[in-house]
Design a protein around this ligand. Sequence first.
Ligand SMILES: [Zn+2]
Length: 197
Amino acid sequence: MLQQQIDLELREREDWALRRQKGIPNNRRLWVLACMDERLPVEQALGIRPGDAHVFRNAGGLVTDDAIRSAMLTTQFFGTKEIIVINHTECGMMSATADDLVAGLKAKGIDPDKVAIDPACPHLSLKKGRFGEWIRLFRDVDEACEEQVRLLRESPLIPDDVVITGYIWEVENNRLRRPHERLGEKVNTRKQMGGGS
Ligand SMILES: [Zn+2]
């Protein structure tokens, strides 16, 4: 009967809107930490759909205080059991040094030692000279990815049974890979061909 179908749709709509109130986790019980870069299509990279995950994005896809805050909430209170970190090749966070950025801000008349890093929490401040450290630029995306997984793993705010994995998105060929596993380095080698001449 049509009435039953409509009732079901209304119930599904209510479940969607009131997910947090009803304690319904996201579909995959997944939290994703990814770089904000527009060349990284998170849903496409993971083969997931809207509703499947909580997605947190920042410059670099790095474990910052706000990333920990969000990861803590989703794993401790919203039923999330898995975390995936996605960093990517050609990331802007590898294009400069912290000193470059600090100098760039100073050239614009901004003193990094005198700004509030969180306008809503004025007491949250950095020690003098630590602004560059806070920006968190990196040189090697594979190492950065493994580092983010380690930082999450070691956080006492994230339950020990949460599965945490890191991947690299290759913007040059729109593919995901594991850190330190470049497929291009594996094919066409003597070892892969059986060690022949
Ligand atoms: Zn990036």
